[in-house]
Structure formats: C-alpha cells, structure tokens
Design a protein around this ligand. Structure first.
Ligand code: ZN
Length: 586
C-alpha cells in the first residue's frame, strides 16, 4: 500500500565495515573507500560509481529453505502451524499456548504479564530461564550473579504484522523441548502479542495488510484500540500498552530488546531486514556496538541458521520524503527512517540499551516469514548468550557516561546522509517506490548508498540540570511523563542561585495536519544567560543520571521529537515569551 503514514518504515543503523557483500562491487570496501577519499569527496564519487552500476542478474537462487516444525505435541503448536499457515492466533490462543508451554516446562518457563491493554486484555509474557525466574527482581538477581543478559523479544506491535507473534512461541517451544543450554546463559522474556486489541480486529488480509502474502484467513489492525500507532508512542506514552512496556524497561532493564514487524516497503528479495539504534542524540558507544558488533554477528549467524541472507532495513530513495535533487539516483539510495525517539528501537537506544528492529518481508509467504523471524530471533539470543558480560558492561558503561555527563553535547536535529560504503540490495529491475505494483520478476542486484547515517544539524551543550519555572499543575502531564520514563526529578528545599540559560520563543510552527492525535509543533528559540534565584519547590531534573540524555532530549524545546514537539508545553509557546524549562549551567 502506498499510504506513507501506514508504511512500515525502515529502521536501520548502518552497514558495517565487516558487512559481507555478495556482489563483486564489495571489492570497494568501506576501508578502501574511506582511505581513498576525503569525506567531502566520498559521496559524489560514490554517487557517480553507483549511477553507472546497476547490474541485472538472471541467475536462479535456491529457494530459501523453511525449517520444518520440530516434532511437537499438537497442544503446543501455534495457530499458524495448526492451520497449515492459513490463520494467525487470536489473543486467547496465544495466552493459552504460553500457559501450556509454562505448564509443560515448569523447570525453565514461567508465565507473567507486562500489563493490560486499553480494552483490558492481558499482555502476556513467557519467561524462559534455567533455573526459572518469575519476576523482574528474580531475573535481575540471577542475571547479576551469573553475568547473564536479560533479553526481551516482542511481536505484534503492529497487529497486522503477525509473524513475530507466531515465531516467538515456536522459538520458545524449541528451546524448551531441546533443553537448550542457551537458557542457562540468558534470561529470555517473550511478549508475542503486544498489541492485543488490534490483533482481535481481524479483517481480510487485503484490507488490513494490502499485498501481504497471508495469513489467508486475515489479520488484525495496525493500531491499538485508541487508534494509536504504538510504535510512535514512546515519547508521549499515551497508550496503556506503551506505559506497560516502559514500566517493563524500568523494572527488568533488558540489555537487548527486539521488536518484530513485517514490512510492506520497497520490493526486494530479503525475507529479513534489520536495524538498530541510530539517533545521534544517543550514546555513541551503544550505536557503534550495534552497527559494528551485534548486527553483523547476528546476520552471519542468521545466514547459517536459515541459508538465507538478511540486510539493513530500508526503502529505495524518495519513499520517505528524503532523497536527492537528482531523481535518477533515488533507486540507488537505500534509505532508513528518521531517528526520532517515538520509534521503539530508537527510544531503547536513547535509554542506553541494545535494540533491534526485525522486519520480515510482507511479500514472502507467511510460513517463510515466520520461520525466518524465528531464525533471526534465535541468532539474537545466541548472541546474547555468547556475550552476556559484554552486553552488561556496555549498558553499565553507557549509564556511567550519562551519569558523569561525559558527552557534553546532545543532538536535537539531524539529517540523513550516506554511509561511506555501498551495500547490495537483492531486488528487481523495476522496483523504485514501494508496494507490489512497483516490481516485476526480473531479478536485479543493486548497489546502493546506505542512507542511514545522521549528520547533526543542531546540537546543544547538555546542562547540569533543567529546572521548571511553572507550577506542577501547569506542567502536570510533562512531569508525569518524565516519571513514567524513569527519569529522576528533585524538588528544591531551599532557594538556590544559579547560572541559567532561559529560552525566549522566537516562533512556534504547528504541522499542517494532525498526527497520532497531536498537531506537532516546531519551535525556534533563543537562549539568554542569566543569574537567577530558584524558589523553594522548584522542580529540578539533573542530567547526571543514567537516563540523563533521554531527559535532555525530552526537555529541550527545539528537539525534533521531545515533549514540546508533542504539545506538552503548548501553553508557553507564544513568541516573545520565556520557555518554562530552563537550563541550569551551574
Ligand atoms: Zn510494523
């Protein structure tokens, strides 16, 4: 389908210098390119190369093998398996299956809940660990004592995209049935049916997911019962589902989170595409580890498990409104989506943790999508089992850097730019936009600029703290959100003289149409340095805390996806007035 707002947008970090290309063009490696060209010259040089380098292939690829379901008792089959992949599970069927898995394997599986949906359905969890744990406190104690990583895999945030909902219970069943030693090395939590309410609004697949190859008996709706896209809710936290998820993050503190989708973007021939955290506002170490260590390792392991190859999530240029002034280049640009924290993968990255977007391919058969999602998730947990102490050290280091305010700046706005090395997308000769209408059956391997790096266009120094010069009642919603996110706030018990920067609003430009129940606002503001005395009772948000970068992102008025953009400070945006959130320099 071609509605941009409905498109499952690409999420991506970027290709890695160790990324294996199957194309002869890979001889131009990232290192070679980077060494050969000053950065300012690299992009025009690459663009010229790429424009001359669209290669058609007529070879026949082996069909991607679909792993046969292991022998499982009929009671432990998913609805997809039990219907020969004609149907997907309803909420009650998922809950029942997770109950049966826990009952069949009490030595390694426990049932729990993440919370309740808007229509009051349980968001069920299955916790897998040897020895078993039942809650966050037990999980963290076991993980701390043995150096394990805690991993959350969830599915169905967009409820028409059901592959993760079927794949995750299969993966859990296989781990349990095989008595997998992986469960002695991680604490694994699966949440197969996150958007429970959307799942139950089953309609014909041509209506709920146009073009998607099954399930033939239909699937649910993308939005939750409030008609909200849960994967745009991670800053504003409007939905009870998002609040439940963020509460889970605060209680369990998973080191690795994967979010399973099904993409109906550009036509290509990769059953699985993936992305990691990539916001330049986030911790650089977290972003780099995802790009250079985690995602390449998982891709290689996925290829061994599946005899298939995965690549970075994206769409051909122009689909997401970016692209170049030279339209002829766009089919050679593989573009990611914006790095806004409304997206779960980005948000988790801003919390200093590893996150992976897993996108199966809408135009591949339902059964293949399920088992390839299973394979990719299996590769992720193998990584977590292999690198538990490393993932924990990475998280601790990110927290420490945030608490020490080691990085003195934070990016508030950015623009997409290319990685300094190309990737190869297996696609079709005539695949330029997205949707089934834009491809034919002539296979083509296309060398693309990977447009998933973000150059900072506006950044500020991270202040020592923020203070709110308004009553709690005037900013109640904003304060509530800070607390829900787990950001620590303080209240002054004595007056304090501070060196501060106070923003004066220059302009407030609302978007031309509503989005997710909001009219997003773009602010321009000018800071002025002043010495002021904060009265008793002033709310202070120190940035020297593990979520300090997230706090700054949410509170800076000019941030591309902060609380101001989402209307939390609309009462204070008249041009010429002072913004109530001030920056405490000392
Ligand atoms: Zn999706």
């Amino acid at each position: 389908m071609s509605n941009k707002a409905e498109l499952d947008r690409p999420w991506d970090d970027n290709a890695t210098p160790t990324h294996r290309s199957r194309h002869p063009f890979h001889l131009l490696s990232a290192h070679n390119l980077a060494a050969s060209y000053p950065r300012t010259m690299m992009l025009p040089a690459l663009a010229a190369l790429l424009a001359a380098c669209s290669l058609n292939f007529a070879f026949t690829e082996p069909p991607a093998p679909t792993t046969a379901p292991p022998t499982a008792p009929p009671t432990l089959l998913t609805t997809a398996e039990a219907t020969d992949f004609q149907a997907t599970s309803l909420h009650a069927e998922v809950v029942s299956l997770l109950d049966r898995l826990a009952a069949a394997h009490p030595d390694r599986a426990r049932r729990a809940s993440m919370g309740r949906s808007f229509e009051d359905r349980e968001i069920p969890l299955l916790i897998l660990s040897d020895p078993p744990v039942s809650n966050a406190a037990q999980a963290r104690e076991l993980a701390d004592s043995e150096g394990r990583a805690i991993v959350l895999l969830f599915g169905n945030i967009h409820a028409g995209e059901v592959d993760g909902k079927e794949a995750l219970p299969i993966l859990a069943r296989e781990l349990l049935q095989s008595n997998s030693p992986l469960l002695t090395k991680i604490v694994l939590v699966i949440a197969p049916i996150y958007n429970t309410d959307g799942n139950e609004k089953v309609g014909p697949i041509d209506v709920t997911r146009p073009g998607q190859l099954g399930p033939a008996r239909g699937a649910g709706l993308r939005a939750n019962a409030q008609n909200l896209d849960l994967n745009r809710d991670f800053i504003k936290l409007t939905a009870p589902e998002t609040r439940a998820m963020v509460r889970f993050f605060n209680e369990w503190d998973p080191h690795l989170v994967a979010d399973c989708h099904t993409t109906n973007g550009s036509r290509h021939r990769h059953i699985i595409t993936y992305a990691g955290p990539k916001s330049p506002a986030g911790d650089a170490g977290v972003n780099a580890y995802s790009r250079e260590v985690l995602l390449p390792w998982v891709e290689r392991r996925y290829e061994e498990l599946s005899n298939d190859d995965a690549t970075w999530y994206g769409s051909f240029g122009g689909v997401f409104g970016g692209g170049s002034s030279d339209r002829s280049l766009e089919p050679n640009r593989w573009e990611t989506f914006p790095p806004e924290a409304r997206f779960g993968t980005t948000y988790i990255g801003l919390r200093g943790r590893q996150s992976v977007l897993v996108e199966s391919y809408s135009y591949a058969p339902f059964k293949d999508r399920i088992f390839r999602t299973r394979d990719y998730c299996r590769a992720l947990i193998e990584f977590a089992a292999d690198r538990g102490p490393e993932l924990r050290a990475l998280a601790l280091a990110a927290d420490t850097r945030a608490a020490n305010r080691d990085n003195s700046t934070i990016a508030l706005r950015s623009t997409t730019e290319a990685q300094p090395y190309p990737i190869t997308i297996k696609t079709f000769a005539r695949a330029e936009g997205h949707g089934p209408e834009t491809a034919d059956d002539i296979r083509q391997d296309r060398v693309c600029l990977l447009m998933d790096r973000f150059a900072v266009t506006h950044q500020v120094e991270v202040p020592e703290a923020y203070a709110i010069l308004a009553t709690d009642a005037q900013v109640a919603d904003a304060l509530e959100r800070l607390q829900l996110h787990g950001i620590r706030t303080e209240t002054l018990t004595a007056p304090r003289e501070v060196d501060a920067e106070i923003y004066t609003i220059d302009s407030a430009s609302p978007a031309s149409r509503a989005f997710q129940g909001h009219v997003l606002i773009n602010i321009e503001a000018t800071p002025t340095r002043k010495s002021i005395t904060l009265p008793i009772g002033t709310r202070i948000i120190p940035t020297a805390q593990p979520l300090g970068r997230l706090a700054a992102y949410m509170l800076e008025p000019e941030c591309e996806d902060g609380l101001t953009r989402w209307n939390f400070f609309d009462a204070f945006l008249k041009p010429g007035t002072e913004f109530p959130v001030i920056r405490i320099l000392r």
